[in-house]
Design a protein around this ligand. Structure first.
Ligand SMILES: [Zn+2]
Ligand SMILES: [Zn+2]
Length: 135
């Protein structure tokens, strides 16, 4: 597949052909606890996972779960439950030409850091409104 990345210890590999070149960051308190900072991720819809025996899954909300390596602890992906909609950790891919496109939960970003990049920013409420099922 076109894109492939490994966790820190190398026991889990993520592969995808549909990795979005646009990268976003999430500043919500869950993502910051999970990744020691804003979670930088890119969407993909065809994730293949190698080393699933080392993959841990944590259900972080009623609608989403997070995948991590049980051996080294790397944060690997955020997934909308029961969908093929994944947001994978951009940093595990050997790819240097991502475009930093958007920031979400900008209203939960603490004041002690700020990206200089000019991006599209959404609050948590705006994000939920954009993804709310339409009737
Ligand atoms: Zn690992
Ligand atoms: Zn988040």
């Amino acid at each position: 597949m076109a894109h492939s990345g490994k966790c820190l210890c190398g026991k889990v590999t993520l592969k995808t052909n549909s990795l979005d070149n646009n990268m976003g960051s999430c500043h919500c308190s869950f993502c910051r606890k999970w990744s020691a900072g804003p979670f930088l991720s890119s969407a993909c819809a065809d994730l293949k996972i190698e080393g699933v025996e080392h993959l841990g899954i944590f259900e972080s909300s009623a609608w989403a779960q997070r995948g991590f390596c049980k051996n080294c602890g790397s944060s690997l992906f955020y997934q909308l439950k029961n969908t093929e909609s994944y947001y994978v950790n951009s940093e595990i891919f050997e790819k240097s030409d991502f475009f930093f496109d958007h920031q979400v939960f900008i209203d939960e970003k603490p004041n002690y850091y700020e990206f200089a990049n000019q991006t599209k920013n959404m609050t948590g409420a705006e994000l939920f409104a954009a993804f709310a099922p339409k009737e």
